[in-house]
Design a protein around this ligand. Structure first.
Ligand SMILES: [Zn+2]
Length: 170
């Protein structure tokens, strides 16, 4: 499987993940520098070979208006490790509004959690307090680094020193 390359902004904040080809083009155009390479891997073209970049840093600051993680069903499941936040079940997962919509609860990172169908049904139109159901973790807004770290642990340990994983409250 082809390894991915982590792109850092000029201030070293992670902003993207790209293919090795794209990363090499960026460095050949002198738009980025390689900070770390994958050991024992190289990329060959007809005329030359390159060490395989793992982390590159842009030479110019790129202003990115949205640096968070997209709020959608799949990403809520990922943040919650695919477990019901009330009972820990991994089956029949749904999305629960902690404060129900009918009581003014919003569709936001801090009000959406993964819940199994059984817990969601028994919680119904109540708050966790009213239903007597405790949340395992207070829902939070994950940073991009949070998800990148998850990938890095499985596929690209070279990235880990560059990911400052922190939880962003909102
Ligand atoms: Zn449950």
């Amino acid at each position: 499987m082809e390894k991915r390359v982590l792109v850092l902004n000029m201030d070293h904040s992670p902003i993207a993940v790209v293919s090795a080809q794209k990363a090499i083009v960026l460095t050949l155009l002198e738009k980025a520098n390689v900070l770390t390479t994958y050991d024992l891997l190289e990329i060959r073209t007809v005329s030359r070979s390159f060490s395989y970049p793992a982390v590159i840093r842009l030479n110019e600051y790129k202003s990115i208006p949205y640096r968070g993680v997209l709020l959608n069903r799949l990403n809520v499941f990922r943040r919650d490790n695919g477990e019901c936040q009330y009972c820990g079940s991994k089956k029949q997962l749904t999305i629960d509004h902690v404060t129900p919509k009918s009581k003014g609860g919003k569709s936001s990172w801090t009000n959406l959690v993964t819940a199994c169908n059984r817990c969601n049904v028994s919680k119904g139109d109540k708050t966790p307090e009213q239903a007597g159901m405790l949340l395992r973790i207070r829902p939070f807004k994950p940073s991009l680094s949070y998800f990148l770290a998850e990938y890095a642990e499985r596929q690209a340990s070279e990235w880990l020193p560059f990911l400052h994983v922190k939880v962003v409250e909102s």
